[in-house]
Write a protein that binds this ligand. Structure first.
Ligand code: HAM
Length: 419
C-alpha cells in the first residue's frame, strides 16, 4: 500500500475514467444551452452562515455534515455542501435578474458533505445544477423538471422515475406540522433519535427518514396534499398539467419532502429504479423565500441538482455509451537520430493542425515503437526511417486495417486530415 491515500469519501478520477466525466459534462452543457441557461461559477467556500440561514439549522447538512473552518482572521467559512445558496448569494450581490438576461443559471463542480461514505455517497462529490430565479409561474417548475428529464433521457437512461410533490407554503405547513406531531407523538419511543429531534424542529423530515422502523411508522402519516391551501393546490395542478402536456411521465409521491429547509411548493426527485440505497439521481424544488433569508428582495426560484457519480453508476448499470476513450490519431515511429529530429518537426506541425500525435522518445527499435503504437490505440502509424527521409517519403500505416502506403512528406498532413 502506498504511504498516502486519498481522504476517506473522496476519489481520484483516473485517466481511463475521465472520458466518462467529460462526456456527461459535455451533454449537460449542451442541454443547458438548449434551454438557454448560462453558466455561473461560484467559489467552493462561502461564509458558513449562508448555508445555516438557507439550507437550515435543522437540516442534516448544517447540523452534521458541513466542513466548517476558520481562516487566519477568525472568519467562519464552509466548503460548500450545495450550490443553490451560493448561486442565490451571487444573484443578490451582483444584481442579476431577468432584465440582465441572467436569471437562468447552471453550474458544475465539487460539493462537500461529511457523511458516512458508501456507494453513490461521497464526502467530495460533483454536482450539476440548474437555478431559475425570478418567477413563480408553474410553467417554470415544469420547464426545470423538463430539463432534468431531457438530460437523463439524452444520456440514454431508462430505469428512472420522476416523483413530484408539493410541500406547500408557510400558510399550509403550520397545520400540517401540527397534524404530523399529533400522528407521530404516540410512537415517540420507537423513532430514531434524529427523528425525535426532527419532530420538534421540522416534522416533515420524518417522512423521508431511511431508518426501517421510522419508515414503517411514517407509512400511514397524513399527506401534505390534504393540507395544501387553494393557491398551492392550483399551482401543483398546473405543474402536473404542464408536465403531462410535455409528455413527461411522473408519479405523485406525497412523502418527498427534501432534506433542505429552503423548499416550498414543488419538490421533485428523479429516482434510479436499479441503484441501491443512494438512488436519488436528481433532487430539486422551489425556494421562494431563500433570497429573503439571505438578505435580498423577495425573489422566487426553482432548481435542481444531481451528482455525476450516481449518474455514471446508473449509466454503467444500463451499459450506456460514454463515447470513445481518448486515443491519438497518429503515432510516429522514427528510426535513427536524423529521422527522429525530422519527426519532431512533423509532430509539432501535425499538432498545430489539430491532429493528436504521440511518440515515445525512449523506444528506438521498430518493434518496440510499433507495439506502443498499437497499445495507445492510435489510428495510424507514421513510419520514418533513414531511407524514407532521404527520399522525402514517409510510410502511413492504417493500424486497424493493416494497410500501408508511401506518401511524400509535404503531403502527409493533408492525407491524414482527409481520413
Ligand atoms: P440535494 O438533494 O442535497 O439537493 O442533492 C442533490 C443531488 O446531489 C442528490 O440527488 C445526489 O444525486 C447528489 N448528492 C448529494 N449528496 C451526495 C453525496 N454525498 N455523494 C454523492 N452525491 C450526492 C441539493 O443539493 C439542492 N441544492 C438541489 C437544488 C438546486 N434545489 C434547488 N436547486
Amino acid at each position: 500500500m502506498s504511504t498516502y491515500q486519498v481522504p476517506r469519501g473522496t476519489f481520484d478520477i483516473l485517466p481511463d475514467e475521465s472520458y466518462k466525466w467529460q462526456f456527461v459534462i459535455k451533454v449537460f452543457r449542451e442541454i443547458a444551452r438548449e434551454f438557454n441557461y448560462k453558466e455561473i461559477v461560484t467559489p467552493i467556500f462561502e461564509k458558513s452562515e449562508i448555508f445555516e440561514r438557507s439550507v437550515g439549522e435543522s437540516s442534516d447538512i448544517v447540523e452534521k455534515e458541513m466542513y466548517k473552518f476558520e481562516d487566519k482572521k477568525g472568519r467562519v467559512f464552509a466548503l460548500r455542501p450545495e450550490g443553490t445558496a451560493p448561486v442565490v448569494r451571487s444573484f443578490i450581490e451582483n444584481g442579476l435578474s431577468l432584465k440582465t438576461n441572467s436569471s437562468k443559471l447552471y453550474y458544475l463542480g465539487p460539493m462537500f458533505r461529511y457523511d458516512r461514505p458508501q456507494k453513490g455517497r461521497y464526502r467530495q462529490f460533483y454536482q450539476y445544477g440548474i437555478e431559475n430565479i425570478g418567477s413563480t409561474n408553474p410553467f417554470v417548475d415544469a420547464e426545470v423538471i423538463a430539463l432534468a428529464y431531457r438530460f437523463l433521457t439524452k444520456l440514454g437512461l431508462k430505469n428512472f422515475a420522476l416523483q413530484i410533490n408539493s410541500i406547500g407554503c408557510k400558510n399550509c405547513t403550520t397545520d400540517y406540522d401540527d397534524a404530523l406531531k399529533e400522528y407521530f407523538n404516540p410512537s415517540l419511543v420507537e423513532l430514531c433519535s434524529d427523528c425525535r429531534n426532527r419532530l420538534l424542529k421540522n416534522p416533515k423530515r420524518l417522512l423521508d427518514c431511511k431508518v426501517k422502523s421510522c419508515k414503517a411508522i411514517a407509512q400511514e402519516a397524513p399527506s401534505m396534499l390534504d393540507y395544501l391551501d387553494e393557491d398551492c393546490t392550483a399551482n401543483f395542478d398546473k405543474v402536473k398539467e404542464y408536465l403531462t402536456a410535455m409528455e413527461i411521465p411522473f408519479i405523485v409521491n406525497p412523502k418527498i419532502v427534501r432534506g433542505l429547509d429552503y423548499y416550498s411548493q414543488t419538490a421533485f426527485e428523479f429516482i434510479d429504479t436499479n441503484l441501491g440505497a443512494q438512488n436519488t439521481l436528481v433532487g430539486g424544488g422551489r425556494y421562494d423565500t431563500l433570497a429573503e433569508q439571505l438578505g435580498g428582495k423577495n425573489m422566487p426560484g426553482i432548481g435542481f441538482a444531481g451528482g455525476f457519480e450516481r449518474l455514471i453508476l446508473s449509466m454503467e448499470e444500463e451499459k450506456l455509451s460514454f463515447g470513445l476513450q481518448q486515443v491519438p490519431k497518429v503515432y510516429l515511429v522514427a528510426l535513427g537520430t536524423e529521422a527522429r529530429i525530422a519527426g519532431l518537426k512533423l509532430i509539432m506541425e501535425m499538432r498545430r493542425m489539430g491532429i493528436s500525435t504521440e511518440y515515445d522518445p525512449d523506444k528506438t527499435s521498430m518493434n518496440a515503437q510499433m507495439k506502443m503504437a498499437n497499445r495507445t490505440g492510435a489510428e495510424f502509424a507514421l513510419i520514418l526511417g533513414e531511407d524514407e527521409l532521404k527520399n522525402n517519403n514517409i510510410i502511413l500505416k492504417d493500424l486497424t486495417k493493416g494497410e500501408q502506403k508511401i506518401i511524400k512528406i509535404p503531403d502527409i498532413i493533408k492525407s491524414i486530415k482527409d481520413k
